[in-house]
Design a protein around this ligand. Sequence first.
Ligand code: MEV
Length: 313
Amino acid sequence: MTTAMAPGKIILVGEHAVVYGRPAIAAPVWQRVAMATIEPAAPGAGCSLHARDVDLHLRLTVAGDDEPLAVVTRLALAQLGVAQEPDWRIELHSEIPIASGLGSGAALSTALVRAIFRQLGHEAEPAQVSSLVYESERFYHGTPSGIDNTVVAYGQPIWFVKGRQIQPFTPSVPLTIAIADSGVRSPTKTTVGDVRRAWQREPARYESIFDAIGELVCTTRRAMEEGDLPALGRLFDANQTLLESLDVSSETLHRLILAARRAGALGAKLSGGGRGGNVIALVEEEVVNRVSDALYTAGAQRVIVTQIGAEAR
Ligand code: MEV
């Protein structure tokens, strides 16, 4: 039996504008992972995929091209020169809620690709995994920037610009982030599609918002390099305001964000596609519990506290 896993992710700053070539910063979340297990099946049984969490059961031979996990499996097998369908039972399991901005699709596909490589005696390179997973991201995001597959495949914080060489990036002081799930499911494809249509209608207005986000991401990088947490908090807040002007926030997200700020978070914003999913709040150690309690009181379904940059120390 072969197993492999991959982390969830958060976008710290720069979502949506990153689809239009501006930079963004993202980090893995190892407290929530996706796992893939491959067991040999009886000779002639063929390859089947089972994701019990979402009640998905597929036969590789009959699954269509609208099934991202089947697409990724075929691509990975083709890359390894496997022409004949293997006799495998593949089980997928994820602790990452779907459509919540935590990269559940990218994490499942990444775990799957790694398990396939391992089962065939190879260890997949992050760049190889990332480019295979990108193909499934097209299904989840419509026009993905590639940031989710990249951060999940590399498993470390990154500075990301679409189409450029990735840059691993570690803040000079660890960042403590409370991640609160609004419980509202919002497919990334929908918000990415809505922003695209709005940009097509009013290109000048949207380009200037994307520029403002791009500049904010550059300033955020400097604040991270300098370990200036109060500045970073203000940048989270400013990014949230810009995301609101892209119309990807919601009343529920706003309520959580305000609750976190009032409880002492340095700053808070939505993370990922928006309209639902998760908000992230930058907190100092001494207020973590207070912010977490306030998020639950404001309606969060789950709060995870993660440290960005601590793992690299
Ligand atoms: C989703 O995690 C981030 C978005 O910018 C989409 C993308 O970059 O593909 C909303």
